[in-house]
Ligand binder design. Structure first.
Ligand SMILES: Cc1ncc(COP(=O)(O)O)c(C=O)c1O
Length: 393
């Protein structure tokens, strides 16, 4: 016998989905059951980087299905995972890649790999992970333990021990928090996305790198939301001229199919042994083949140049939006932007939805803009016109 306390579908109520029931997607648009079209400035929270219904993803899925090889497990080798890992290594600092299924899992792996490396360097005491105030790394217990959101954390304590939070903008705080004897790694997002679209900036990223080097600790960059072209370069950290020791990816990696990846340097890779970690589904041939097609598309210099062109257009639109009295600040880079407002974000996202524009929140007071990286100039202007209207132009 089953009993539900509320009307509606029997989905566990961890989300509060908006009203439209989407049945189709095309480019930057989602279409509901009544045929109404919505301009998507959320990209499924940074996932649909190539838009909806893209042939890049559809063709890769079809060709994977034609092989009949959807899953074989990591007991065996499959070509797509090896080709994807080779692409990621060729296009980054990394020497090796671990595949999983989500951003949180990629960060779980990063924490384990960092501790494995650190133990080999400095023994059991060298295990601490330093995380940044305002950071978000996922909802599983390890990822939540390095996430600075008390409302997400408090119902589930005790979390994983050995985590220290630091506000890196406080003078001297970062350097004081790191210690060669106890710090395994610092984990940071180049742009704190869920925390309100707050870029760390090149100078702070460089300071993180220097502080990690001084304390013989690893720098873990979480590029789950900002990696793979979102900022107009392949990786968000590129602009700072630094490289991490570990980088995590997920959201856009497989064009809408679930996939995460943890990229590690040669030094970290050499500390990892068979049996240290694993995932049944991670790097399966279907998702890996799709991810390879997505990575090749995004990695094209002309593709990244077009993201930068749309970003420059967004700069111009946001500069005029910033003059509104109800807009407190505009932040972000590339096609990840935050508009901090004095009024209710929920009211604005609701009003935008009514106008046919999908935007989401980032923290309590920021409207987050995450259009597909393939958005055209006219669609970008259309979306910004609708946002102006939602703000009450
Ligand atoms: C920076 C960052 N890391 C990790 C995650 C967690 O990813 P997932 O929801 O795929 O577990 C997110 C999700 O929003 C994120 O933005």
């Amino acid at each position: 016998m089953s009993a539900t306390s509320t009307a509606g579908p029997p989905l566990l109520q961890v989300y509060r989905p908006a009203a439209p029931l989407f049945v189709a997607g095309s480019g930057c648009w989602l279409i509901d059951e009544a045929g109404r079209r919505y301009l998507d400035f959320t990209s499924g929270i940074a996932v649909n980087a190539l838009g909806h219904g893209t042939p890049v993803v559809a063709d890769a899925i079809r060709s994977a299905l034609d092989t009949g090889l959807v899953h074989a497990s990591n007991l065996y080798r499959t070509a797509p995972a090896e080709e994807l890992a080779a692409w990621l290594v060729d296009h980054s600092f990394a020497a090796a890649v671990f595949f999983c299924n989500s951003g949180a899992e990629a960060n779980e792996a990063a924490i384990k790999f960092a501790r494995r490396w650190a133990r080999a360097q400095g023994g059991e005491d060298k295990h601490e992970i330093v995380a940044l105030r305002g950071g978000f790394h996922g909802r599983t217990l390890g990822a939540l333990s390095v996430t600075d959101r008390s409302d997400y954390r408090e119902p589930f304590t005790p979390l994983v021990p050995g985590v220290r939070f630091v506000d890196p903008r406080e003078p001297g705080a970062l350097e004081a928090a790191l210690d060669a004897g106890r710090t395994a790694a610092v984990i940071a997002e180049p742009i704190q996305a869920e925390g309100g679209v707050r870029p760390l900036g090149a100078a702070l990223l460089r300071r993180l790198r220097e502080a990690c080097d001084a304390a013989d600790a690893l720098l873990v960059l979480d590029e789950v939301q900002v990696g793979l072209g979102r900022t107009g370069t392949l990786w968000a950290h590129e602009a700072a001229g630094i490289t991490p020791d570990i980088m995590t990816l997920a959201k856009p990696l497989a064009g809408g199919l679930p996939m995460g990846a943890t990229l590690v340097s040669e030094e970290v890779a050499s500390a990892i042994r068979p049996g240290d970690h694993g995932s049944t589904f991670g790097g399966g041939p279907l998702v890996a083949r799709v991810a390879l097609a997505v990575c090749r598309t995004i990695g094209e210099p002309t593709f990244l140049a077009s993201v930068r062109a749309r970003s420059a257009q967004l700069d111009r639109r946001l500069a005029s939006m910033a003059r509104r009295p109800d807009v407190l600040e505009v932040r972000g880079e590339g096609l990840l932007r935050g508009v901090e407002i004095a009024t209710s974000v929920a009211a604005i996202t609701e009003r935008a939805l009514g106008l046919g524009l999908l935007v989401c929140a980032a923290g309590p007071s920021t409207v987050r803009l995450l259009p597909p990286l393939t958005i055209g100039a006219a669609e970008l202007d259309r979306g910004m016109d609708l946002l102006d209207e939602a703000l009450g132009c």
